[in-house]
Design a protein around this ligand. Structure first.
Ligand SMILES: NC(=O)c1ccc[n+]([C@@H]2O[C@H](COP(=O)([O-])OP(=O)(O)OC[C@H]3O[C@@H](n4cnc5c(N)ncnc54)[C@H](OP(=O)(O)O)[C@@H]3O)[C@@H](O)[C@H]2O)c1
Length: 283
């Protein structure tokens, strides 16, 4: 199997690169300069030349605030480019795993959200990702969508790295305590994706939530990072009303993972256990 990973310089793309020894497949990593997914012809050429039969679409426009200002770009990358990919999957009978976000949901409670409930994006990033999902939902290709959240790894910028760096620099930190969600250790996501490729995409459903189990809020998450990293600098809770951002953020994004666990027979560890391993190995 020849697997193309798009957006290879992104956080998730790099996590795949770091773990390919765990898989028997041949991987082709293409960053944005090597393959711009908004250009269908370029994707076709890339796929034909290398005999690609599986795509992991890690490419996306992920800046949530900037998406409010650059709507056209967000929609091009997060939606129309997904249409390009899925059309090629249909035409050439390829399979794809596409990554989406918990920002397609909005909820008023901590009740775990199932894949077909509460879909109602409240910011443009979420909207653009949801529009992309629809092309896969409506296609005949054997492709699936993994909705993930609060992703962290050794790569690029993410909340865990930011908090550690600010803590080490002894910066006084204000972190929101009224937005709840589910952290995802990118390595755990990558392991589950390898398992799904190995076991074969099942026709039952097209959309699956994935994150670590349990939930937290950003302030408690940051406190846990400090505790595990043994950082003593000051951290203060603040509510969303006093911490305005360009893009609105939903307050409750606790996702239900029973579908992916049942269909693919996977276990998911708790976010605190995963974070502990990450921090233990973090240089
Ligand atoms: N990070 C999170 O917390 C989070 C949460 C929920 C869901 N997700 C989803 O998970 C997936 C992976 O996220 P991530 O954190 O790895 O994002 P990321 O670090 O921003 O990586 C995305 C990559 O896509 C590249 N890209 C942008 N436009 C492109 C184009 N037209 N053609 C090809 N590549 C392009 C970006 O290039 P540049 O580096 O040049 O910009 C970047 O390297 C995304 O679908 C995202 O929506 C992420």
């Amino acid at each position: 199997m020849n697997v193309l990973v798009t957006g290879a310089n992104g956080q998730l793309g790099q996590e795949f690169k770091n773990n390919i020894t765990k898989s028997d497949f041949e991987f082709y990593f293409a960053n944005e300069n090597e393959l711009d997914i908004t250009n269908k012809n370029d994707i076709l050429k890339y796929v034909n030349k290398r005999g690609i039969n599986f795509i992991l679409n890690c490419a996306a426009y992920t800046d949530v605030n900037e998406s409010e200002l650059n709507k056209e770009l967000a929609l091009n990358v997060n939606s129309y480019a997904v249409k390009n990919l899925v059309e090629i999957c249909e035409e050439k009978r390829l399979k794809m795993i596409h990554f989406s976000t918990d920002y397609v949901y909005n909820s008023e409670s901590l009740d775990p959200i199932k894949e077909d409930r509460n879909v109602n994006p409240i910011n443009y990033y979420g909207y653009s990702k949801r529009e992309g999902e629809k092309f896969i939902e409506n296609s005949s290709s054997e492709s699936i969508i993994i909705r993930t959240s609060w992703l962290y790894s050794n790569y690029k910028n993410n909340f865990v790295k930011t908090i550690i760096n600010k803590g080490i620099d002894n910066e006084k930190l204000y972190v929101v305590n009224d937005q709840f969600g589910c952290p995802t250790y990118a390595k755990d996501l990558v392991n589950v994706i390898f398992h799904i490729i190995d076991s074969g995409i099942k026709p039952n459903y097209k959309i699956y939530n994935f994150s670590n189990e349990g939930f937290t809020n950003w302030y408690d998450f940051a406190k846990k990072i400090f505790e595990l990293k043994k950082i003593n600098s000051l951290i203060m809770p603040v509510n969303s009303e006093n911490y305005k951002t360009i893009a609105k953020r939903p307050k409750y994004l606790v996702t239900d993972k029973s579908r992916i666990k049942d269909i693919f027979n996977v276990n998911i560890r708790n976010w605190e256990e995963a974070l502990k391993e990450f921090i233990f190995n973090y240089k």
